[in-house]
Design a protein around this ligand. Structure first.
Ligand SMILES: CC(=O)N[C@H]1[C@@H](OP(=O)(O)OP(=O)(O)OC[C@H]2O[C@@H](n3ccc(=O)[nH]c3=O)[C@H](O)[C@@H]2O)O[C@H](CO)[C@@H](O)[C@@H]1O[C@H](C)C(=O)N[C@@H](C)C(=O)N[C@H](CCC(=O)O)C(=O)O
Ligand SMILES: Nc1ncnc2c1ncn2[C@@H]1O[C@H](COP(=O)(O)OP(=O)(O)OP(=O)(O)O)[C@@H](O)[C@H]1O
Ligand SMILES: N[C@H](CCC[C@H](N)C(=O)O)C(=O)O
Ligand SMILES: [Mg+2]
Length: 471
């Protein structure tokens, strides 16, 4: 593609791609030079040009010599828009989900509901790029903008018409998922996380709200879960911008949750839609999974699905990997659940999901990630201690930090807890102590396949380890 046509300048250069990292620049690439958390990409401009970059997208103040300088006050946004022109076309129906917890679950459930309605659908998020036939990991929840746009274009080439993606606060803040038309955007909930990256809760919330204020199309739809303290705030913004609004949850206008009762294998819901009541047997346990299913149903309706197809789809959803996944039943008869809870609110939601099924004790195994929000550690410990009968504090991706220091921080909130650093030993101990009627919850890693220690990723899968410990 011609640079002149792409960027609206005079240039005959041929554009062969887009690069964010100067080490990945190939001849003919447009290089985006951005200031990041660790490096200033502007320091690599000269090197990128030497490697064959045909244009540089950077702040007006940056120094660019030898090739056109495409200037933007928000250079990541400009880069995204140019890259989108290069990678287009994209799937015709695209929706995004934000919120502290529930994004992965909601995009995956949306993908399933679309599929059951006869569409070729995909999701992009923490689990990678998922289609009906395949799952490919990208390493991040919201991939970098080049990966994001090339994946979107690739999905369209595969014949996928519907895509749901996770918009993390980092991703929104760094313009990592822009340039495609977003037909609908959903809000799941808001609570503490990522205060290592965002200054405070207000700026964390503001980052998420870019999805509704700027990213979703002006003729798009907002889907809001009503059961969160921040829901009204989101609804207010959506109404001010004049977006169409779909609400789901308690007191909601579109899909109202009238009542909910746990059943051994799931939950029985009464829903109200357009004045009529419907009974739904949801094959997933836990209130939080119901929140995500209803939000996914809101997205399905927002993108043209009819109610009866959506309702019957909700009754047939398959579990999401690593979210309240029952790994094994121990020899003593205690079920062992794996859940990706890694925030205080998520620990509370995961425990609340299991409580109705506990006859004896709830034994929770948890840790907290290294190089992430420090303040959430004692809060996670405190929630686990308050709501469980036994707590075992262990390691969960210590990354560059001393694992003992992280455990100590979690234990500050859970003074009576048992400390077992090695995660396999901790899971083993929980399973060994569990009796019939007890339930073991192993929180924090869900679908993850590795334990990150320093720069190494050691193979580790909670589900497999739980099965091995129970064997
Ligand atoms: C803090 C953070 O979000 N960092 C992400 C961000 O990096 P950055 O822009 O700050 O990059 P930087 O390393 O400071 O470098 C600045 C610029 O110089 C460039 N550079 C850098 C070095 C060099 O030699 N040459 C070069 O060109 C970089 O490519 C970059 O463009 O942009 C990069 C590319 O888009 C991401 O890979 C990187 O994710 C890091 C690895 C990460 O761990 N991110 C996590 C915290 C994250 O994003 N998590 C969220 C939320 C999780 C959730 O709750 O779901 C996610 O969406 O996954
Ligand atoms: N609607 C919800 N309300 C409260 N907690 C939830 C909700 N949905 C999920 N959770 C909790 O959060 C965990 C992670 O869920 P999920 O992976 O869907 O969230 P996420 O927002 O994608 O997380 P991440 O920020 O890591 O990408 C679940 O295992 C569960 O413990
Ligand atoms: N997307 C989240 C995942 C956390 C998962 C947990 N296992 C951890 O390492 O803290 C993050 O990167 O903060
Ligand atoms: Mg996720």
């Amino acid at each position: 593609m011609n640079l002149g046509a792409l960027a609206g300048i005079t240039s005959d250069s041929n554009v062969t791609g887009f690069a964010l990292d100067h080490r990945k620049v190939a001849a003919g690439n447009v290089f985006g030079a951005f200031r990041g958390a660790r490096f200033n990409g502007e320091d690599f401009i000269a090197e990128a040009v030497r490697r064959g970059a045909v244009a540089i997208v950077a702040r007006p103040e940056a120094v660019v010599e030898g090739v056109p300088h495409l200037k933007g006050d928000e250079p990541r946004k400009l880069f995204a828009d140019l890259a989108a022109r290069y990678f287009a076309p994209f799937p015709e129906t695209i929706v995004a989900v934000t919120g502290t917890n529930g994004k992965t679950s909601t995009v995956e459930l949306t993908r399933q509901l679309w599929r059951m309605a006869g569409h070729r659908s995909a999701s992009i998020g923490t689990l990678g790029v998922t289609t009906a036939d395949d799952q490919v990991s990208t390493g991040l929840t919201t991939p970098d903008i080049v990966t994001f746009l090339s994946n979107m274009a690739g999905l369209r080439k595969l014949g996928i018409s519907h895509v749901a993606y996770e918009a993390s606060s980092h991703g929104l803040d760094q313009f990592r998922a822009e340039g495609v038309k977003v037909n609908a955007a959903a809000f799941t909930n808001f609570s503490r996380d990522h205060l290592d990256y965002h200054r405070d809760m207000d700026s964390y919330f503001a980052a998420k709200m870019r999805l509704f204020d700027e990213v979703v199309a002006q003729d798009g739809v907002a889907v809001v879960w009503t059961g969160d303290p921040k829901s009204q705030d989101v609804i207010g913004r959506v109404e001010r911008r004049g977006l169409k609004l779909i609400t789901v949850g308690p007191g909601a206008r579109t899909i109202e949750l009238v009542s909910r009762a746990s059943t051994p294998l799931g939950q029985q819901l009464i829903l109200r839609h357009e004045g009529k009541e419907y009974k739904l047997s949801l094959p997933l346990i836990g209130a939080y999974q119901m929140n995500n299913v209803l939000t996914a149903a809101g997205l399905a309706l927002a993108t043209g699905a009819d109610w009866s197809t959506t309702l019957s789809g909700m009754g047939r959803v398959a579990p999401v990997r690593g979210r309240l996944e029952r790994a094994v039943i121990s020899r003593a008869g205690a079920p062992v659940y794996i859940d990706y809870a890694h925030t205080p609110d998520a620990i509370e939601a995961a425990i609340a999901a299991l409580r109705p099924h506990v006859e004896g004790r709830l034994i929770t195994v948890l840790g907290a990630g290294g190089d992430r929000d420090h303040g959430k550690r004692p809060e996670m410990g405190a929630v686990a201690a308050r709501l469980s009968d036994v707590v075992i504090v262990t390691d969960d991706n210590p990354r560059s930090e001393d694992p003992g220091v992280i455990r100590h921080a979690v234990l500050q909130g859970a003074p009576g807890a048992i400390e077992v650093g090695d995660r396999r030993a901790a899971i083993g101990e929980a399973i060994a102590m569990a009796k019939a009627g007890d339930i073991v919850l192993v929180a924090g890693k869900g679908h993850e396949q590795g334990q990150i220690i320093g720069d190494q990723v050691l193979p580790f899968d909670d589900v497999t380890v739980a099965r091995e410990c129970a064997a």
